[in-house]
Design a protein around this ligand. Structure first.
Ligand code: ADP
Ligand code: MG
Length: 157
């Protein structure tokens, strides 16, 4: 488990950027690569994903999809073709995800899937999900814990 304390949104974005670089280096490729982000409103999940998207080479603006639940972006890497950004803030039960074809999205190994408020649908997510928890600390501090990233095999190891 990696624990990082950031003191401003730039640092959280940078952590997202570096995490994307690590993720691109992973060999885990049987199904979609899933990052589950949890933490209260304003804890920094979307900020992290802004940096994460940059790290994937996207220059599109990442906004909170709170009102639309899902965004998809095309990627130009060989291994990954699509980046999905879900926000389950408004989801009350997993059944509401049916119409979004979440299972198809999770099955495709060329997808990278990041989900804000993922604990709301955790029973739908794969075991190998990378969990990222955000906590608001003092002032602008955010305590960010990344779990399972090391459990997934790296190409280089
Ligand atoms: P969430 O998606 O978890 O609801 P956002 O990333 O949308 O949170 O919002 C985080 C808010 O907190 C932003 O307004 C950002 O400027 C502010 N902020 C202050 N300090 C930090 C920090 N260390 N990391 C991330 N965001 C921070
Ligand atoms: Mg958000």
């Amino acid at each position: 488990m990696e624990k990082v304390i950031t003191i401003n949104s730039e640092e959280t974005e940078k952590l997202g950027f570096l995490t994307a670089k690590k993720v691109l280096d992973l060999a885990y490729n049987e199904k979609a690569l899933v990052l589950a982000l949890d933490g209260e409103l304003g804890a920094g999940k979307t900020t992290f994903l802004k940096g994460f998207a940059k790290g994937l080479g996207l220059n599109k603006k990442i906004q909170s999809p709170t009102f639309i639940i899902m965004n998809r972006f095309s990627l130009s890497s060989k291994k990954y073709t699509d980046f999905y950004h879900f926000d389950c803030y408004r989801i009350e039960n997993g059944k509401e995800m049916d119409c979004l074809d979440l299972n198809d999205v999770l099955d495709k190994k060329t997808n990278i899937v990041c989900i804000e408020w993922a604990s709301k649908i955790k029973n739908l997510l794969p075991k190998k999900t990378i969990n990222i928890d955000f906590k608001v600390g003092n002032g602008n501090e955010r305590v960010i814990k990344i779990k399972n990233l090391c459990r997934i095999k790296k190409i280089t190891s």
